[in-house]
Design a binder for this molecule. Structure first.
Ligand code: PLP
Length: 240
């Protein structure tokens, strides 16, 4: 790609292969489910990888990127602001980081409590932006140590708080399959929760589910957004 990244660019080849394999998996899963691949957005989760990889991905046609830590995301979004990408925030979010995230994110997938809703709304107002939000719903068996998200019974409360916020737009739901559990039934439950919420909010258009390991099950359950990291970028370097 650009001269600044040097040539030959082996990393570009790795990313092209990872992307090609992932797009192929999505196409096969869509064919099996009778779905149009155009209705499925691949969000490439670039956490721990450098901004140059974001640039390479953009050159390969990626428009949607995801991050899970504010500090890293904010820096990468600034470094690649010229690319006009859509930024997805997918990680657990502390209330005191909400205003920062509202400054660059386009869609926050991980809204899991009402207090966070208020902080995001104030941040979006201050940034002069409208911010898309998903309710992150826990798909873990009740009482087991969770991977984040609001219990299904409280999803409506978080949704209502988002919908009532002037600078936030409620778009749908997000879920992470239980560790070691079967992803298919978990994603079907998430689809059911989205269907329930649509009775009150008919415009909801996003179901964010599926990662590198379980994107096929997510497509089968109706996911509109897949959050894929390692299948595209490789095994993440261990956190320091
Ligand atoms: C890291 C991450 C992903 C991507 O995970 P992979 O297994 O690398 O595809 C998806 N969703 C969330 C919330 C993440 O933190």
């Amino acid at each position: 790609m650009s001269d600044s990244l040097g040539a030959p660019d082996e990393r570009m080849g790795e990313l092209r292969d990872g992307l090609e394999r992932t797009r192929q998996r999505i196409a096969s899963a869509c064919a099996a489910a009778g779905r149009d691949p155009a209705d499925v957005t691949l969000v490439v989760v670039t956490k721990t990888w450098p901004a140059d990889d974001v640039r390479r991905l953009a050159a390969l046609g990626v428009r949607d990127v995801g991050e899970n830590r504010d500090q890293e995301a904010r820096a990468k979004a600034a470094e690649t602001a010229d690319l006009g990408l859509t930024w997805h925030f997918v990680g657990q979010l502390q209330t005191n980081k909400a205003a920062s995230v509202a400054g660059y994110a386009d869609l926050v997938h991980s809204v899991d409590r009402v207090r966070l809703v208020d902080a995001l709304d104030r941040g979006a107002e201050r940034a002069g932006r409208s911010l898309g939000c998903l309710v992150e719903v826990s798909l873990d068996p009740q009482g087991s140590p969770g991977r984040g998200g609001v219990p299904p019974a409280q999803a409506g409360d978080v949704a209502a708080a988002i919908a009532a916020s002037e600078h936030l737009e409620l778009r749908g739901v997000m879920g992470v399959a239980p560790l070691g559990g079967d992803a298919g039934p978990a994603f079907s439950r998430l689809a059911g929760i989205l269907a329930d919420l649509r009775r009150d909010y008919p415009g909801l258009d996003v179901m964010s589910a599926g990662m590198s390991e379980d994107l096929e099950q997510a497509v089968a359950a109706g996911a509109t957004h897949l959050r894929v990291g390692s299948a595209v970028l490789g095994t993440r370097p261990p956190l320091g």
